[in-house]
Design a protein around this ligand. Structure first.
Ligand SMILES: *Cc1c(COP(=O)(O)O)cnc(C)c1O
Ligand code: SF4
Length: 337
């Protein structure tokens, strides 16, 4: 008999790990051997957008390092309370493209469903940190409206499950939703935008893979990884399972000051993603959401970094640098010169 390894990855279900998320900054800093006296967190920031991070993600942070690139993504700082010109609650004006609850339709041929309001991490730069999830937390009846909306529009061929994190919903819920989507003949592709393979790799169970596989849709999974340190052995295992199930795996990152704003970090990230069967897709300029200005990298600096990556990597490992603007018909690629 092969003894089960006595680690919490195996001994706790993903639901337990999710409800056991760290929400207390003192507890987080204690795990990392950091003293809150040295670098106070902001209670105001936590009031605005609560602290949330899984043990699995904290396990990838370096101890004793205030500048750890993973810690910086979740640490509530006083800087979040400063007002900056142009930083607003709904930078993408999604509320204008929200024809039925839970559905956002901005681009030709694809719609986005706010599948679940919950995330297993709260990224401080999140552009939906002020999103009215309560008004968009779809009941069964609301899904019917969203499904009708898609059914009535034959040009919609792709449905994107987003959130929150769609994989924070239980299998049965996803199964029901997928069955309804797969019953719409003109939908060919189902895409998931998820961070869980990085923050809660235990979510990728054989049962989940069955739910995703047992329908006629092509499955694309876009993970959200900003730094190579987010990919440890557990994440590698989860991604390998998704890859062998035949799903297309892509990554999107956000360019973040102090976290991944240098050429070496971005090159290592692309190479690491490729090792785990994930192709770089987008590198986003920060969305100007209130509270996130301290993460900003401007267009000039971003282009300079992109030129650096281009000179180091094969073309297929270079993500597209994009910016999202309200009212545009796609994300806008930034021209390099
Ligand atoms: C980003 C986004 C998409 C997907 O865009 P792609 O360029 O196809 O990746 C779709 N709908 C909305 C509302 C989005 O923000
Ligand atoms: S996982 Fe995505 S949706 Fe959730 S907080 Fe982070 S950036 Fe926002």
């Amino acid at each position: 008999m092969i003894p089960l390894k006595d680690t919490f990855w195996q001994s706790e279900s993903w639901q337990q790990q999710m409800s056991g998320m760290i929400r207390d900054p003192i507890q987080l800093l204690h795990r990392l051997d950091l003293n809150p006296i040295d670098h106070p967190f902001s209670s105001d920031a936590i009031q605005q957008f609560p602290l949330r991070v899984t043990e699995a993600f904290v396990a990838k942070m370096a101890k004793g390092d205030w500048n750890d690139p993973l810690l910086l993504q979740v640490m509530p700082l006083h800087a979040e309370s400063n007002e900056h010109l142009g930083y607003v609650n709904d930078p993408l004006e999604e509320s204008l493209a929200n024809p039925v609850p839970g559905l956002i339709h901005k681009y030709h041929g694809r719609v986005l469903l706010i599948t679940s309001p919950a995330c297993a991490i709260h990224c401080r730069y999140c552009f939906r940190r002020n999103f009215p999830y309560d008004a968009n937390n779809p009941s069964q009846r609301d899904w019917k409206n969203a499904i009708d909306y898609i059914s009535e529009r034959p040009d919609i061929s792709e449905v994107i499950l987003s959130g929150g994190d769609p994989l924070s919903a239980p299998d049965e819920y996803l199964q029901k939703l997928l069955t309804q989507i797969a019953a719409i003949p003109h939908v060919t592709t189902l895409r998931l935008h998820t961070r869980l393979p990085l923050v809660l790799p235990a979510r990728v169970t054989p049962a989940l893979i069955d739910v995703l596989k047992n329908n006629r849709l092509r499955i694309v999974i876009v993970i959200h990884c900003n730094h190579a340190n987010e990919i440890d052995e557990h994440t590698t295992t989860a991604l390998a399972a998704l890859h062998s199930a035949g799903f297309t795996l892509l990554n999107q990152s956000v360019l973040l000051k102090g976290i991944n704003d240098n050429v070496d970090t971005l090159v290592v990230l692309s190479l690491r993603l490729f090792e785990v069967n994930v192709m770089p897709y987008y590198l986003h300029l920060l969305d100007k959401v209130r509270g996130a200005a301290h993460f900003e990298i401007d267009e000039e600096q971003a282009k300079f970094l992109m030129n650096g990556i281009l000179s180091r990597l094969p073309g297929y490992l270079v993500p597209r640098l994009v910016i999202e603007e309200p009212g545009a018909t796609s994300k806008r690629p930034l021209a390099l010169s």
